[in-house]
Design a protein around this ligand. Sequence first.
Ligand code: GLY
Length: 571
Amino acid sequence: MKLALRWHVLLLGFLLGTSGACAADQPTPSTQAAQLAERPGHAGIASANKLATEAGFEVLAKGGNAFDAAIAVASTLSVVEPESSGIGGGFMATMYIAGNKRTVFIDARETAPAAVNPKDYLNPDGTPNRDTALKGPLSAGIPGEPAGLVWLAKNYGKLPLSASLAPAIRTARDGFKPDDRLLGAIKEEQKNLERWPASAEKFLPNGNAPAAGETWRDPGQAHTLELLANYGDAGFYSGETAQKLVDAVHAAGGNWTLKDLASYRVKERTPITIDYHGYKIITAPPPSSGGVAIAEILNILSGFDLSKLDQAHRVHLTIEAMRRAFRDHNDYLGDPDFVKMPLNMLLSPYYADGLRQSILPDKATPSSMLAPSGGQDPGMHTTHFSIIDADGNMVAITSTVNYLLGSTFVAKGTGVLLNDEMDDFALVPNKPNVYGLLGSTANAPEPGKRMLSSMSPSIVIGPDRTAVIGSPGGSTIITQVLEGILAFIDGGDAHQVVAKKRFHHQFMPDVVMVEPGAFDAETTNALTQMGYSFKERGPWGFMNVVIWDRRTNKLDAASDPRRDDGLGKVQ
Ligand code: GLY
């Protein structure tokens, strides 16, 4: 029924004949192809932690490429930023391989264990059990990150896996001084960490979070990383580590088996690629909803000349495009290996034409007029890094254990903090997850299925500049990356792109989340007159961007000033 309605909109757009995101229809910035650089000759890395960025450069100096550096950055983040990502979680990567000018998407997302049971996420009275969804081993999917790192080394790197994992192993073994963000996360989750002895042993030495300035060691994770370095997939998904993971999960009431681990597979997928005003945007396909939503929003916006509008109308049209894209996200998207999705429709410029016609020029469309859906405050507990190497290879990786410190459950004897990614499934139909997102049966949990993600690692290739971009932020990942892409297309440098004030709408709740200072009083007034209501919130993301200006052949790397400025580096 819903699908039929959408096709009606599609047909309307077609009859009205206003084509959407076709680069040829749009004015394009002038190109000077003959003068554009073919390779940067130096490298740029922007990540959420200085030690991780340095690990990437260390591996580049050993002769590695961007993909080896990505292994070093991701594995070091597993040690120094465990509140956001790690080998107990999963990642998604959008990559450009300079040698053959190919783009590829690596899906190292977690999967549901075979024994997944929706009843485990309900209280006896049938209400959602938010504890099993977010804490402890039932909240954890089978990790994809270790297999993803092995895959990168085997298929794209120049160095052996052990060389790229060496900085992380050294940091875990020798220790490091945790930053304020990690110390804050441990304090915030202390009560949950105390529930499981191995979690307390790792994160609460002497019963409390490490003191500021104290050196903190993670010998358990160092050992697990060494097994991965020496044996590849077999070092994590079978043998000692696998047995310890399964034993620990079972002892705490979870349901993983050795077979779940042994059957985990990385998937290579074709990224979503769209053209917008002469810029090629290469981004994440399902099981991320990010690329579909970004494409849908840009396709809608491509029918307007935003540069000719005042800020209020520019924001109005962008919010309405976000609203419509998130409605479709809730209704249709899931793991492409399990569900049939109308991607041709959702990505079609004609579908966008129809949606565009449904936007009123000076008035908000209440979400209740579009279709049913509920929600709450999104979180910020994932990580993103961007790399461009001297040859022009590019990697955008968003990696996650889901919410702050994942499930807070460390599997005894491994040092591995497990994710709580099961909450990214629609565990209870039409009940919001921790990010306020709703889902349909398309994203219901099933054995071996990947839960829908918002991760949107992206590469934007313009006529003369290229950006590698992404951000954490739960459901706001999608709109933050979208706004970063628009800031880049507007000519922003790396710092301007990451610093740009942000806003977000996700269909339900029907409210515009806004960063203080994003709109001036006149714009806020005009938008209020149009029918919008606002909720100020923070923090906003931790965007990490590297930009290559192919005219000057300069790289520019920047980290989000809201969190930790100065983490982007070029050398
Ligand atoms: N766990 C956050 C996401 O994948 O969207």
